[in-house]
Write a protein that binds this ligand. Structure first.
Ligand SMILES: [Zn+2]
Length: 249
């Protein structure tokens, strides 16, 4: 329980820490945006396919895992349809919005986009701690933290491009991280209280994250002429997680 709180908090805090470099810069090339998104995608795929889904399989059956993964995918599909949001990369570029759209409205759209993204990530950390499987909780917390840092950076960058003061931009990144922390706690309690939910929760979080990777992150990191660099960043993210899992796990 205490380990979950510390792990979940540290992982979520990485969103704010990742935002700090905006204090020293004003813009970012498309190459780097694509590379950061693809790196985050690589880590998310690794966490799903290498930690969450195999752990769910160990604890249950193929049927449970298939149901969990599909539920995660369907839930994210529905959430995306219901919640008005904008895609991460367009947001970071700041160009998708009509110039006359008031900042509050833009910020609300962006906030919902990030909330959506952070829900399964927090969930995966919470359920991993609840699973009682040695090292799974800290490992998933670490992987989510690693990909939260570039995500927090892109959030803060979007805000300063939109003339939000730098301190407020970092605070906002911290806030989206806080939502991830809440989702972590909810995931932990839901799966600890209702027995038998843990493998579903792990598979659900895995499916939901794969949805985000394939539906959002990979398309967003393409189309600007840096597909090759993004592909390498994706593979490096993937390998980073495999190395961490093998050395720490
Ligand atoms: Zn992510």
């Amino acid at each position: 329980m205490e380990a979950m709180l510390w792990g979940g908090f540290a992982s979520s805090l990485a969103t704010a820490l990742g935002a700090v470099p905006v204090l020293f810069m004003r813009s970012l090339s498309h190459l780097w945006k694509d590379v950061l998104l693809a790196f985050a995608a690589g880590i998310m795929v690794s966490a799903s396919m290498y930690s969450l889904i195999p752990s769910a399989l160990d604890l249950s059956s193929l049927t449970v895992v298939a149901i969990g993964v599909l539920l995660g995918t369907v839930t994210l599909t529905l959430l995306e349809k219901l919640v008005p949001h904008i895609d991460l990369e367009h947001a970071a570029g700041g160009s998708v919005f009509p110039a006359k759209m008031p900042l509050e409205r833009r910020s609300i759209l962006f906030l919902t986009a990030m909330t959506l993204h952070n829900l399964p990530e927090g969930l995966s950390v919470g359920v991993s701690y609840a699973s009682g499987r040695e090292d799974l909780g800290p490992l998933v917390a670490l992987s989510m933290g690693l990909q939260n840092a570039p995500e927090g950076f892109l959030i803060a960058l979007f805000l300063i491009v939109n003339k939000v003061p730098k301190a407020a931009a970092i605070l906002f990144a911290f806030f989206t991280g806080l939502l991830e922390f809440v989702s972590c706690i909810v995931g932990y309690y839901m799966t600890s209280v209702v027995s038998g939910l843990i493998p579903y929760g792990l598979a659900f979080a895995g499916g939901a994250m794969l949805f985000i990777v394939y539906k959002e992150l990979i398309p967003e990191s393409h189309g600007h002429g840096y597909e090759r660099s993004a592909t390498f960043a994706f593979i490096i993210g993937l390998l980073t997680m495999i190395v961490l899992t093998e050395t720490l796990g």
